[in-house]
Design a protein around this ligand. Structure first.
Ligand SMILES: *[C@@H]1O[C@H](CO)[C@@H](O)[C@H](O)[C@H]1NC(C)=O
Ligand SMILES: *[C@@H]1O[C@H](CO)[C@@H](O)[C@H](O)[C@H]1NC(C)=O
Length: 192
């Protein structure tokens, strides 16, 4: 009986040791080199995306809402310290009723004391055709009164894995009374 138990224990121990060694050899490795082919990556492509961004701050269904501010924000000429969360529609044409190709989801914040300069931290979440479900991530500076603002595209997911590039924003219309804006975006990205 004791002999059988010792035998079983040694088998269990051997199996355990072996599986530990196998695991260490294969799945628990921290890093390794890969070729592009092993990830299924073919030729790098350059794409141009064009759409209109609708920043709706007024009315009953705003898509951009102020979520935080500093004590000094209201007395600052640049609204310094204001933080807004957005889920802004992206459409193919300037009209909000035109086809929606995605949403701009994220945060913009007033980050300049001397001019109207926003820190933009957002994802473009696309829903058009083959791009449905893919995203591009933008992290940049947006001086909204400049004619054209350029922001880096720092990455992406889905069809936009390994993306890098830049987005150019140009105000199409800005309603002084409501604060609503339509912004034209041209985005240039390398991806696979
Ligand atoms: C800033 O102004 C807005 C609108 O007038 C007001 O709702 C808000 O409470 C003010 N915030 C501060 C910190 O004074
Ligand atoms: C995008 O994908 C979602 C989830 O897979 C699906 O429900 C939706 O219908 C798709 N939209 C378009 C426009 O293809």
């Amino acid at each position: 009986m004791a002999k059988t138990l010792a035998y079983l224990t040694s088998i269990i121990f051997t199996v355990f040791l072996f599986s530990t060694l196998v695991a260490a050899g294969e799945s628990h490795r921290f890093s390794r080199s890969l070729s592009r082919e092993m990830l299924g990556l073919k030729k790098e492509k350059l794409s141009h995306l064009h759409f209109y961004f609708h920043d709706i701050v007024s009315g009953r269904n705003p898509t951009a809402v102020r979520i935080a501010e500093a004590a000094m924000t209201n007395s600052s000429i640049t609204g310094f310290g204001m933080v807004a969360m957005i889920d802004d529609p992206l459409t193919v044409r300037p009209e909000l009723s035109s086809k929606q190709v995605g949403r701009a989801q994220g945060i913009y914040a007033s980050a300049s004391l001397s001019e109207i300069g926003l820190l933009m931290v957002l994802n473009f979440a696309f829903m058009e055709g083959k791009y449905n479900g893919s995203t591009l991530s933008v992290l940049g500076r947006n001086t909204v009164l400049s004619t054209v603002r350029e922001m880096p595209v720092v990455g992406g997911s889905g069809l936009f894995r390994f993306a890098r590039g830049y987005a150019q924003a140009k105000t199409h219309t800005f309603d002084l009374r409501s604060g609503d804006a339509v912004v034209e975006y041209n985005v240039y990205v390398f991806h696979y």
